[in-house]
Design a binder for this molecule. Structure first.
Ligand code: 5AD
Ligand code: SF4
Length: 426
């Protein structure tokens, strides 16, 4: 999402004559687009601000902090006297004006959140390297207020973007040679747009509108919320071959007590029913997740419940984190962050270890299968091999001297590691 926001920023600034440089030494303006989701994300930015400081002092470069950390810390960022610009996620249209007003003693800040801004009319300037896969933002903000999460405070209330601008953007990238779009939202299942003349588009409808652009254009999306993922969305995915068969369904915890405290508004039984539904309609659909280890008051039994739900679902992949208390969230206000770091780390490591086993088992089940892969480029390890993803989002590598980036290739899985499928062209 931040990559896509950066692409929006490049578009806004590009219209004002700013050019992008890859060389920090020649940049007049240096901006970091920031994440606040965990403390370590913010700590990294403080480190970057130190690095930028050199360019600010020596060359008079303008240093800007934009995105969630700007929204969360506001004027506190200016207290460091190392930052000239602070702009929250809904203020990017004002960047040219803010930049024009900056002087060494006059930093600029705009952290107003909006109920309407979707940047729907702005065509992002793509910064991906391969020209194959593009992100498209379909909504902004989040109304869920999970108790651990800072996003509703930094990105504001949920709003859905006009579907016609989404389809226009997808057509535009398709016409430029892209083969895959990933539709982005904090909670895509609650996407809902109501037009002035009574037209109403939900996420399932939006998916089909984008999938209809061309059967050769792959469609992915992220992120689903287990409480909201509908049968209609699952059936729409099944209906279109070009909607990739992979669902990112963050579970966070396998314990009902923790889910309640996290305000996730589903329980273990509900979650497992949604997984069963997905598997019954699309047996080959991969399911990936996010997990938080060591949330407030998490007992050993709660932790064991997380391990057991991971086994029950058999996740294909997972992003796993130690709980990081975020100031201002419901959890920070109401529950002590009481699992010692050492214990959190032990639990997280057990979760990671189990996921490695599950990923390997999942990949082993694919040995012998034939997948259609979209070529992303040469494999990292061996320049004579290509790599690309199957519909289920697994990375495939295979020797191939004929095909090129952006081609579809049918490959057979010969063997695997926990991270990669090793294949040959069929
Ligand atoms: N601590 C740790 N992980 C968090 N996430 C969100 N907030 C926190 C937090 N305070 C994780 C969740 C979410 C993912 C994007 O980041 O698992 O799904
Ligand atoms: Fe955060 Fe929950 Fe919204 Fe995801 S759904 S962004 S975890 S509040």
């Amino acid at each position: 999402m931040n990559v896509n926001d950066t692409e929006v920023i490049f578009s806004i600034l590009g219209k004002e004559g700013y050019e992008r440089t890859e060389d920090i030494n020649e940049a007049d303006v240096i901006m970091a687009n920031t994440c606040s989701i965990r403390d370590n994300a913010e700590q990294r930015i403080w480190g970057r601000i130190e690095q930028f400081s050199h360019h600010r002092k020596k060359r008079g470069a303008i240093v800007g902090i934009v995105g969630c950390m700007a929204e969360r810390l506001k004027t506190d960022l200016l207290d460091s006297h190392k930052v000239d610009l602070v702009a929250g996620p809904d203020s990017y249209r004002s960047l040219p004006e803010l930049l024009s007003k900056i002087t060494p003693d006059n930093p600029q800040i705009n952290v107003m959140l909006s109920h309407e801004e979707t940047y729907g009319d702005i065509t992002p300037v793509r910064i991906d390297k391969n020209g194959v896969s593009a992100f498209i933002s379909i909504m902004r903000g989040c109304n869920n207020v999970c108790s651990y999460c800072v996003v509703p405070y930094t990105r504001g209330a949920e709003r859905s973007r006009d579907p016609h601008t989404i389809v226009r953007e997808a057509c535009d990238v398709w016409s430029k040679g892209y083969k895959e779009v990933t539709l982005l939202g904090q909670n895509v299942d609650s996407y809902l747009w109501k037009g002035p003349d009574g037209e109403s588009v939900n996420f399932a409808k939006l998916l089909s509108m984008v999938a209809e652009i061309s059967p050769e254009l792959r469609v992915r999306y992220s992120t689903s919320h287990p409480k909201d993922i509908s049968d209609e969305v699952i059936e729409t995915m099944a209906k279109y071959d070009n909607i990739c068969k992979c669902i990112h369904l963050p579970v966070q915890s396998g314990s009902d007590a923790m889910l309640e405290k996290m305000r996730r508004r589903y329980n273990r039984e509900w979650y497992l029913e949604r997984v069963a539904k997905i598997k019954s309609v699309m047996p080959d659909c991969s399911i990936t997740t996010d997990i938080i280890a060591g949330f407030c008051g998490e007992t050993e039994q709660d932790h064991q419940d997380t391990l057991s739900i991971m086994k029950a679902v058999g996740y294909d992949y997972a992003y796993m984190f130690a709980y990081s208390e975020r100031p201002g969230t419901l959890a920070a206000k109401n529950y002590p962050d009481d699992i010692p770091l050492e214990e959190k780390t032990r639990r997280l490591n057990e979760i990671i270890e189990l996921q490695n086993t599950l990923s390997l088992e999942s990949n082993r089940r694919d040995v012998g299968e034939v997948f259609r892969v979209l070529v992303e480029g040469p494999s990292k390890r061996n320049p004579d091999e290509l790599c690309g993803r199957a519909s289920n989002n697994k990375m495939c590598v295979f020797p191939d001297k004929i095909h090129k980036v952006g081609d579809y290739v049918d490959v057979k899985v010969l063997s695997c590691t926990s991270a990669t499928l090793i294949c040959s062209v069929v």
